[in-house]
Write a protein that binds this ligand. Sequence first.
Ligand code: CU
Length: 320
Amino acid sequence: MRAAVGLRNTRKTELPSAALTRVLLASLGARTAPFALLFALSGANAADLLTAFHPSAAKSEFGAVSELEFATRLAQLEPGSLAHHLPQAMKDFRLTEKIWVIGYKTLLVDARGQAPSENYLCHTFFSDQRVDQHQENELKGIYSDAFTPEVRLPEGFGIPLTPDVGLHWMPMFNNRGDEPVRVAMKVVLTVIRDKDVRKPLQPLYASLRSVQVPHLYFVPPGGDRRKVQFELPFNGRIHFLGTHIHPHGESIELFNESRGERVWIGKREGGPESPMPTYSSVAGYPIHAGERYRITAVYSNPTKEPVDAMAGLFMLYSRE
Ligand SMILES: [Cu+2]
């Protein structure tokens, strides 16, 4: 299959051989051929150009909505790999025109092109910088995780991205099982192209706050509660909050200490791996420079072993 030609083994965590890759891709069959091609295209290391816009089924009164798609190749996840960012799965992108990102969706597929039964997505970032351990950075970007696999911004807001900024996509995987697995991650970015804007969109900026740096920690049998305090150094409004959490996480709360009030709490209502809610508001929550905030994450661990954990909030806000 020609689509497999561009695949190369550069790291030991990658697929065992190019020949096997070809067999796997051939086994994807005609139905998933466009997706197989996406894997092959993702083999390039230089910044890929994001130009293949296609119309979206989503509607907005702020302009015609388009979609951009990209994906990793099939990647091998070793058993027990947590918060794993495969270097060869990260990608750099450039735009050739200004866009407004209004939504982001990630999905995983196995070698047969099917959604895997287990959950292998840790979290992903698509942004104008590499998200590292610095919590103070302001980003232009968007995120997803296993329990918030899709984000849609409140109507009238967008994340402006322009051709002059380098864009970075970091997909992060978990494999809590005992067997290696091969999966690929696919993204659908929902955007309004600047040339299609009918009514002005309001720009949103992003900040990621984790209760713990480094982000990965372990919760002992029983449970765990940890918190982080910080200041937001500007005036503005929070319009979107999404949690990053792992199985057995119960809640993540944002609390305004200066005003003594809860901004929002994301609570898990189903089982230990059920989806998490998000906060999304056109009016938003007003923030004033210098106010103190606190994020509290609660885990309960009914097992007899420590469980892996991450806990943070992805915040999107407008500035005044
Ligand atoms: Cu994670």
